[in-house]
Design a protein around this ligand. Sequence first.
Ligand code: FAD
Length: 481
Amino acid sequence: MYVYNHMKMKKINIFWFKRDIRLIDNLPLFHATKNKIPTLLVYILEEELINDPHYSDIHWNFVKESIKDIDTTLGKKSVLFIKSDPINAIKKIREKFHINSVYSHQETGINLTFKRDIKFSNFCKIHSINWYQYERNHVKRGINNRKNWIKGWNKYVNEPLVNLDLNNLVILDPIIFKSDFQILSTKTLPNKNIQPGGTSNAVRYLESFLNGRIKNYSRNISKPEESRSSCSRLSPYLSWGNLSSRFVWQRTKETIKCKSLMFQINSFLSRLRWNAHFIQKFEMKPSIEFKSINRGYHLLNKKKDKRLVELWKKGETGYPLVDASILCLKETGYLNFRMRSLIVSFFTHHLWQSWQDASHFLARNFLDFEPGIHYSQLQMQSGETGINTIRIYNPTKNAIEKDKNSTFIKKWIPRLNSIPIPLIFEPWKMSLIEQKLFNCEIGKDYPHPIVQIADTRRHAIDQLWGLRKKSLVKEEKKKNS
Ligand SMILES: Cc1cc2nc3c(=O)[nH]c(=O)nc-3n(C[C@H](O)[C@H](O)[C@H](O)COP(=O)(O)OP(=O)(O)OC[C@H]3O[C@@H](n4cnc5c(N)ncnc54)[C@H](O)[C@@H]3O)c2cc1C
C-alpha cells in the first residue's frame, strides 16, 4: 500500500498557467519561484473546457504555441503540459512531492471555470495547500463599485514590471512525471491565416505596430480590410496573457514620443483600458454570461429560427459584408470591432435572434475570446444594456463606406468578383442580363437576401425603443451605469 508521508517528500511550489502564459511581468510566477523551492510549471488542458462550446482547436493551438515559446525561452522543456482536471493533477503530483503552495492569477472566466476554481480552492483547504491567486491586469475580486477603479488602473500600468531572473530559476523537470501523466506535445500544424501564439510573436506584433502600423490606426479602425494591418492585433496575446496590459502600456509610452502620433496613441491606450474595464464589470456581474445585464430586456421575446441562425453561421445571408465577415472570421479567427458589431447587430436586430444563440459560435471562432469583453459587447451591440446608444447597422451602407473598393468582400466571396461597384454591395439588384454578364446568378451562385432590412430595422427599432421607455429598463440602467 502507498503511504503518503509528506515529511519525507521534497517540497515544491506549483505555478499554474491559466490565461497568463508568459514569463514577462508575471507576478504569481515571480512569487512561486523567488524562494528557490523548485517550481513546477504546469498547464492543464481540461477536458471540460475542451468540450465547452466557447472553445475550439484554434484556442488550444494558440495555447500550445504559447507553451512552446516558454520552453524555447527557457532552453528546454519546462512546462508540464497535461490533459487532466486540476484536482486530479494535484493529487498525482502530491504522490511524489510535498506541495508547499500553488500560485496562479485569478481567472475572470465563464461559469465553468469559476465553479472549477471553487472546487479547487476547497480541495486545497482540505489538504492544507496554500493557493495564492493574484489580480490579472488590475481586475479586482470582491469589490462592489468601480468608483476609484480607473485611478487604480492608471497607477498599476505605471508601476515597474515584474522581472524574473531567468538564469537562476529553479524549475522542476516535467519529465519526472512521465509515468504519471500523458505529457502532451506542443506541436501544431502551421496555419498562416491565424495569428501564432507565444510572447515572442506577441512582442513582434507589438513592435511592428508601434514602429509603423500605428500611423493609420484611427483612419482605418472601422475598415474591414485595412484595419487588419493598422490595428495592433494584440487581442489574442492579451486574452491568453502572452503579454500583460502594463507591458503593452509601458512599451507604447517608451517607444512613441512623436507628437503627431498622440491621437493614435491615446486612442489605442484607451482601448487597452477598456479591456480591463469590461473584464472588471464581468467579474462583478458574471451572470451576464446567461442573461442581459438590464433585466428590462429579459422581456424581449425572440423566437429562435434555426434556419436563419444556420444561414448566418454559414455566411449565406445574401448581404455581402455580413457574409464576408462571417467567412473571414471562420478562416482567420479575427474581425475588427466594426465588423464584429455589424454581424451581431445583423443577427440580433435584422434576424431578430437572441444574442445567446450567437454567443458560442462567436466565442469558438474568435481567437481572442475573452469572456468579460465578449458578453459585454454582445449585449451592447444587441442594444440590451439600456445604457448605450442602440445602433442598428445597415450592412449595405457600411459596405459602401468601409469597403469602398470591395476588396474585403471580393477576398472572402470570390463568386462576386466580377460584379462592379456599386452593384457588388447590393447584388440582388442585378438584372438577369447583369447576372449572366457578371457570371453570378442570384439564388444559385449567391443567395437572395434572407430578410428585407428596411422592414427588420423598423421592427427592431419599435421593439427596442419601446422597451427603453419602460420603468424597469430605466431603473436597471441607473443601477448598471
Ligand atoms: C461582439 C464583440 C465581441 C468582442 N469580443 C472580444 C473578445 O472576446 N476579446 C477581445 O479582446 N475583444 C473583443 N471585442 C473587442 C474588439 O473588437 C477587439 O478587442 C479588437 O477588435 C481586437 O483587435 P486589436 O487587438 O487589433 O485592437 P486594437 O484596436 O489594436 O486595441 C488594442 C487592444 O484594446 C482592447 N480593445 C480594443 N477594443 C476594445 C473594446 N471595444 N472593448 C474592450 N477592449 C478592447 C483589446 O485588448 C485590443 O487588443 C469584441 C467586440 C465585439 C463587438
